[in-house]
Ligand binder design. Structure first.
Ligand code: NAD
Ligand code: MG
Length: 336
């Protein structure tokens, strides 16, 4: 098999980390014709998985020694130590260092060696989707960037990697480490993860505090959100407006701006400022280094929220959900 785009370089690749992104990247790149090795801590939680998928697994220090390109796909907060303790002393001269998120490089937590090319390839989707789309002959759009170009071919390396992931079958957009990092953090904080979960919890609490049944509240503010988001995804807000009733549309127009108003948007701008000036990253690094005391408290509170209790009961009756579906036999899983 050959790589999908013949005029691009075809580096030997080491993937460090075999989680959500790491596994998908390793499998897609191998099937696109790249020579892929996986670097993992011996006895770490994903070592067995990478071996079961047929990869040569070495310790990160060993795995990166001969690689033309090293993809850093561990959690963001371990990348600084990993880089200085393991990657910088072991990567070969003139190799390519690749990230899937620009945070460490953009905020100066990692200052890569002068001789390295430093690039970013970030698929706009979780690892499971990156894999699934590739398997059915499609791909997830990727954004890519160059931070440091020593070989004069750094962009070609990024494009080659993105093509190997399947991204070129969808869409490749050039960006910068700054733009990727700041927009990614803003999106997950203000809208996707932070904004959406707080909106759902507040809606649920409002209904339950007013005396409505939690089960009904759950269906209204969490379950049905998927139907709406699917319409956004397929055809934007226009498509949602085509599908919802006139009554729902009128309610949208008059009440949406009462929930998200100019004050909300001003707070979104504050969030963006904290991201841009490094305040968020500074706080996150301090929280991580202190052993995640607040992170753990917040996570516990989210998991114990009453919407989670009722949600668990209701989802156990939704036979179509993956968590209730019969698990594939090991033979089926191996064939997949
Ligand atoms: P993950 O938590 O799913 O997986 C992390 C992997 O790194 C695991 O295999 C873990 O065992 C391994 N690991 C942890 N510490 C290690 C160490 N010290 N040395 C070697 N291996 C170690 O991570 P993820 O969500 O795939 O994120 C990886 C990168 O991809 C991050 O930079 C993230 O920002 C980025 N990214 C993630 C997504 C996503 O949807 N999850 C999307 C785009 C970009
Ligand atoms: Mg992110």
């Amino acid at each position: 098999m050959t790589a999908s785009t013949p005029n691009l370089p075809q580096p030997t690749i080491t993937i460090v980390g075999y989680g959500s992104q790491g596994r998908a990247h390793a499998l897609n790149l191998r099937e696109s014709g790249f020579d892929v090795t996986v670097g993992l801590r011996p006895g770490g939680p994903t070592e067995a998985k990478a071996k079961a998928d047929g990869f040569l697994v070495k310790s990160p220090a060993e795995a990166v020694k001969d690689a033309d390109l090293v993809a850093v796909l561990t959690p963001d907060m371990v990348q600084k130590t990993l880089y200085y303790d393991v990657l910088a002393p072991n990567m070969k001269q003139g190799a390519v260092l690749l990230f899937a998120h620009g945070l460490n490089v953009h905020f100066g937590l990692i200052e890569p060696r002068e001789d390295l090319d430093v690039v970013l390839v970030a698929p706009k989707g979780p690892g499971a989707l990156v894999r699934r789309e590739y398997e059915i002959g499609r791909g997830v759009p990727c954004i890519y960037a160059v931070h440091q170009d020593r070989s004069g071919k750094a962009e070609q390396f990024a494009l080659s990697y993105a093509a190997g992931l399947g991204g070129a079958r969808a869409n490749l957009i050039k960006t910068t480490f700054k733009e990727e990092t700041e927009t990614d953090l803003f999106g997950e904080q203000a809208v996707l993860c932070g904004g959406a979960s707080s909106l759902v919890q507040a809606g649920f609490e409002t209904l339950v505090e007013a005396g409505y049944q939690p089960e009904i509240a759950y269906y209204e503010v969490l379950h049905e959100l998927k139907l709406i988001v699917d319409l956004f995804y397929e055809g934007g807000i226009t498509r949602m407006l085509e599908f919802i009733s006139e009554t729902a549309q009128y309610g949208d127009y008059v009440s949406g701006p009462r929930v998200i108003d100019a004050a909300t948007k001003a707070r979104m701008k504050d969030i963006l400022t904290d991201i841009q000036d490094g305040t968020f990253t500074k706080n996150w690094v301090a929280e991580y280094e202190a052993g995640l005391p607040n992170y753990k408290k917040f996570k516990q509170a989210d998991m114990e929220h009453p919407i989670e209790v009722v949600g668990k009961q209701l989802r156990s009756k939704m036979v179509w959900l993956a968590e209730n579906a019969p698990k594939p036999t090991s033979q089926q899983a191996a064939a997949a």
